[in-house]
Design a protein around this ligand. Structure first.
Ligand code: FAD
Length: 280
């Protein structure tokens, strides 16, 4: 069996109360010993300081942490500076992304167009210091010209120096299996860890899914809609569906799970317990 990597993603809190809450969430999630925590980064550097502060705080607690870095709208100099700060702090893992500029923002302002350029830059600047993760899209990236081009772009990004990948969330395991097979057929065998989004809030999930192109299958959508404001039923149904999904991918030897925690401990821990994963 493959060595599995379990990881938990946070976004940088915007307020002192949010930061306090995240400390508690992190302490609870740390009890199951994830391989690492990761912290997202707003495109164009909008959360730069928040990401940096959260990452350094987690690192200072002695917990492995991977900052996300997005490159769109950034200059080489600003990315270089960030890499140097993380390296000097002793951070060893990054999640390297293109990112999305807010609609209406000028697109040509930065030095990078695609994530493969960022991965290449990280390798040129810092050699093998960082373990570099990249993003993968089992249901294809919404801007991809075709599935075949998206797969080729993914492979190019890996060949630029990525060690492993984390997927966009999905609720259809066949899309993930097919993606992994198609990438392998192109000669690329890095671990591709499924990204898992617990279901707790239907309106929010539907909004995210529309934006990022992750499909909520009709039967799940219908059931969730039918619960209306009944959060307890949404939570219970979501727990069943997402636990089944995790079981399906782990049964076929997925190299781990990456949870989009949305800065909450309970939904992820509930899935963890249902899966019978080690309590720590
Ligand atoms: P790329 O790999 O650059 O791909 C973007 C598009 O361009 C695709 O359609 C691809 O087919 C195409 N493409 C790629 N390379 C080329 C090329 N050389 N020539 C022509 N076309 C090309 N966003 C954030 O802002 N902050 C985050 O912290 C963040 N974390 C994420 C974590 C994960 C695990 C995932 C899955 C996504 C995350 N995102 C984050 C979202 C991500 O930034 C967006 O999905 C973004 O639109 C694409 O980023 P990418 O790195 O996948 O881009």
């Amino acid at each position: 069996m493959t060595q599995r990597t379990f990881s938990f993603e946070f976004f940088p809190p915007k307020t002192p109360e949010g930061a306090d809450k995240l400390r508690g969430v992190r302490a609870r999630l740390a009890t199951v010993n994830p391989e690492f925590f990761s912290v997202t980064f707003g495109a164009g550097g909008s959360t730069r300081e928040g990401t940096l502060a959260t990452v350094l705080e987690i690192h200072a607690e002695g917990r492995p942490v991977a900052p996300h870095i997005s490159c769109i709208g950034s200059t080489r100099a600003s990315v270089r500076e960030l890499l140097q700060r993380y390296r000097a702090a002793g951070i060893r893992r990054l999640v390297a992304l293109r990112g999305d500029l807010p609609s209406g923002a000028a697109g040509g302002a930065g030095d990078f167009r695609y994530a493969n350029e960022l991965v290449e830059f990280i390798r040129t600047e810092t050699g093998d210091w960082f373990h570099v993760e990249v993003a993968a899209y089992p249901e294809y990236h919404p801007q991809a010209r075709s599935p075949a081009e998206d797969l080729a772009n993914f492979v190019r990004k890996v060949r630029a120096g990525a060690d492993s990948a984390i997927t966009q969330y999905f609720y259809n395991s066949d899309a993930y299996f097919r993606f992994v097979d198609d990438v392998a057929a192109l000669g690329c065998t890095v671990p591709i860890v499924p990204g898992i989004m617990p279901i707790t809030n239907y309106a929010q999930l539907a909004r995210f899914s529309d934006a990022c192109g992750a499909e909520i299958p009709r039967w799940i959508r219908k059931r969730l809609e039918s619960f209306g404001d009944d959060r307890e039923s949404i939570r219970a149904f979501g727990l069943d569906v997402v636990t089944d999904l995790c079981e399906q991918v782990l049964a076929v030897d997925a190299p781990g799970l990456h949870f989009y925690t949305m800065n909450q401990a309970e939904p992820t821990l509930a899935i963890w317990q249902r899966l019978g994963l080690p309590a720590g």
